[in-house]
Each structure stands twice: as structure tokens, then as C-alpha cells.
Design a protein around this ligand. Structure first.
Ligand SMILES: Nc1nc2c(ncn2[C@@H]2O[C@H](COP(=O)(O)OP(=O)(O)OP(=O)(O)O)[C@@H](O)[C@H]2O)c(=O)[nH]1
Ligand SMILES: [Mg+2]
Length: 356
């Protein structure tokens, strides 16, 4: 009787190796979500949504119902409706933070199952600054008890010089955000304007959105879809967990010597002034090119970059073909674990004012 039972059980079809591989391969692709908070964050999410993002979900969060109405995303969430009645925060981050807390469960339900979470905002206003901090802290608390594999990456801009009053809001916000995220990629709008060739305010915002959008889309797709060289979750974690601030640079090159051109621009036109690049903890190099991109070029880009970093720094790279980039090569360099000279200088400038 017992032997019969054993044979009967053996006849029950169990998972084959092929099925197992298929199942684990599916589970092993990390899930990515990008959340835009406040006006700037939502504009970046719209930029990415318009171009499409393979394998990533886009969530837009705002207190401003009118702005949310014109935002393109997979999911839009109006936060703090009792507090702000859909009218925005008028520049007060305390209100942005309370608004996030009012609707925190809804936002967390949308994002917390992802392995990699990008939180995008322009620091200096009310909703973005307050809500990105509120969300990053809520996620940190949630993950510390769940043990789920995750990486929370803040991606923020610093205000333009003309927005003097907003700078101290941004600076305070960044300090708290840094403590709650694994890494915060900081883009200084002022550097961006210079790099992009002294553009008028509105166009500079467009360039900022394009830069952040390319970063989120590029990293996400290299992780979630088959690429020339894949990035994986463990790679990213190695350079981004507990890494503090990160700076990003993007360069494009065309024709002969395009790789050298692109690398040079990505390294020199950094969008955050770094104090000492030789102290960096890690470097992520992302290379994208048209159908003609070769592995030789990708390797070459990585080799040139390696030379400018300390030998201890961990370097990871990914590469993908982007059909829109006909004949061009685009290189993105993300340097993690850095200090910002610019932010330190700012601290000094905001210190006590002498009247005599
Ligand atoms: N990258 C980028 N930055 C922007 C954009 N709009 C504004 N900013 C920057 O982001 C900062 C915050 O602006 P918003 O995002 O509009 O502010 P908010 O978070 O919606 O805050 P409230 O409107 O006060 O609730 C500004 O001071 C600008 O420096 C944008 O479209 N793109
Ligand atoms: Mg707003």
C-alpha cells in the first residue's frame, strides 16, 4: 500500500528544470518604479511616460490637482486632499510632508513591492521637498521591518541661483533625504544651465527633465530588459546602498572619436560640483548607442573612465542599443559616495551675516 502511494506521488508532474529556470528568471528581474513628487517630479515622469519605459512603472504624486491632471503616468495620486484641497502647498515643505502622510498608505501600496524605487523631485518648493522626505522615511521604516530586497534612490534638483529663498529649504531637505535614501543623485540646476549653454529658465527646466528622465529610463531598461551588457540589482546595490550623495554627468559623441568625446563630456560636465572625485566610492557607467554600437566601444569607454577614479572604487557598467541614437554614443557617469563642494560653499554663504 505504501509503495503504491509513493509511485502515485511520483506520477504527479513536478516542476521540470526548464520550468524552474523560467520561474526564477522571471522572479530574478528586479521590479522598478519611479515616483515623481511635486511639479518638477511630475514633469519628469511625464517626460519618461511620453517616451515609454520598458519594465518600469511610473507614479505621479502631487497636492496640485490641476498639475496632476496634465501629468502623464501609469498611476496618479492626489495627496493631502483634506489639507490642501487640491490646491498645492504654496512653497511650504511642512505642508507637503503632512499631505504625504495623509495619503501615505495609497502611495506606499503603489511602490513598496518594487525592488528599486526612484524618488524624483525638484527641491526648494513645498510638495516635492516635503513629500519626498515623508515618502523616503516611510519606506525606510517599512523596509527595515519587512526585509524585502530594495534600493531607494532619490533623484533631485537644487534650485537656480535666482531662487535664493528656496536654497535653504532645499539644503535642509537634502540633509534629511540623504539619511532616508540609499543614495541621492543631486543635479544642480545652475551647473545644468552652464553645461547646456546658458539657456533661458524655461528651456533649462526642459533640459533638467530630459537629463533626469534619461537617467531613470536608461538605468531601468538596462536592468529590466535584455541589453548589450546587463546591469543587475546586486551591481547597483554594491555602489548605491548607504552611499550618500551621487553626481551624474551625461555626454554624447558623434563620428570619429565619439567614445572619447562622450566620456570626456560625461566626466567633466558633472551636474554637481564634487569636492574630491578620488574619494568616490563607486562609478556606474552607462553607454547607449545606435545599432552600430560595438562592445569594443563600450569597453573602451569604461577603460578611459576607470583611469580617473581611485583604484578602490567599485565600477559597474551597462550598455544598451537605443535606435533613436543613430550614429551617436551617449555615456552617463554616476559617481557615488561623494561630497559636494557646492553644498559646503552654500552652507558658508548662508551663515551669519555681518553688518559692519
Ligand atoms: N527639473 C525641473 N525642475 C523644476 C521644474 N519646475 C520647477 N523646478 C525646480 O524645482 C523646484 C520646486 O518646484 P516645483 O516642483 O514646481 O514645486 P512643488 O514641489 O510642486 O512645490 P509647491 O508647488 O510649493 O507645492 C523649483 O524651485 C525649481 O528649481 C521642472 O519642470 N523641472
Ligand atoms: Mg507645485
Amino acid at each position: 500500500m505504501q509503495t503504491e502511494q509513493i509511485f502515485a506521488e511520483a506520477r504527479i508532474p513536478t516542476e521540470t528544470q526548464e520550468e524552474k529556470i523560467e520561474k526564477f528568471a522571471r522572479l530574478a528581474v528586479p521590479t522598478v518604479v519611479a515616483v515623481g513628487l511635486g511639479g518638477a517630479g511630475c514633469n519628469v515622469v511625464s517626460w519618461v511616460k511620453e517616451r515609454g519605459i520598458a519594465g518600469g512603472k511610473l507614479v505621479a504624486v502631487n497636492t496640485d490637482a490641476n498639475h496632476l491632471k496634465i501629468t502623464k503616468a501609469d498611476k496618479r495620486i492626489l495627496i493631502g486632499e483634506k489639507l490642501t484641497r487640491g490646491l498645492g502647498c504654496g512653497g511650504y515643505p511642512e505642508i507637503g510632508e503632512k499631505a504625504l502622510r495623509e495619503t501615505a498608505n495609497e502611495v506606499i501600496n503603489e511602490v513598496a513591492s518594487a525592488n528599486i524605487i526612484f524618488l524624483v523631485a525638484g527641491l526648494g518648493g513645498g510638495t516635492g521637498t516635503g513629500a519626498i522626505i515623508g515618502l523616503a522615511e516611510a519606506l525606510r521604516d517599512k523596509f527595515s521591518s519587512s526585509g524585502l530586497p530594495h534600493l531607494v534612490v532619490g533623484v533631485v534638483t537644487l534650485p537656480f541661483d535666482v531662487e535664493t529663498a528656496r536654497m535653504s529649504i532645499a539644503k535642509k531637505g537634502l540633509d534629511r533625504l540623504k539619511a532616508a535614501c540609499d543614495t541621492v543623485v543631486v543635479i544642480d540646476n545652475n551647473r545644468l544651465v552652464k553645461v547646456a549653454g546658458n539657456l533661458p529658465f524655461k528651456e533649462a527646466l526642459g533640459v533638467a527633465n530630459t537629463t533626469i528622465g534619461k537617467f531613470v529610463k536608461g538605468i531601468t531598461e538596462t536592468i529590466t530588459t535584455a541589453s548589450l551588457i546587463n546591469l543587475d540589482y546586486a551591481d547597483l546595490r554594491a555602489i548605491m546602498s548607504g552611499a550618500g550623495l551621487a553626481s551624474i554627468g551625461i555626454g554624447e559623441g558623434f563620428g570619429e572619436g565619439r567614445v572619447e568625446q562622450a566620456v570626456e563630456k560625461a566626466l567633466n560636465d558633472r551636474l554637481l560640483d564634487i569636492e574630491d572625485v578620488t574619494k568616490a566610492r563607486g562609478l556606474l557607467i552607462h553607454v547607449a548607442g545606435g545599432d552600430d554600437l560595438t562592445l569594443f566601444e563600450v569597453n573602451h569607454a569604461a577603460e578611459i573612465m576607470k583611469r580617473s577614479l581611485p583604484p578602490k572604487a567599485k565600477i559597474i557598467w551597462g550598455a544598451r542599443v537605443d535606435k533613436e541614437l543613430k550614429g551617436a554614443v551617449s555615456v552617463m557617469a554616476v559617481v557615488t559616495g561623494v561630497e559636494s563642494a557646492f553644498l559646503k560653499k552654500r552652507e558658508k554663504r548662508l551663515g551669519p551675516i555681518r553688518l559692519w
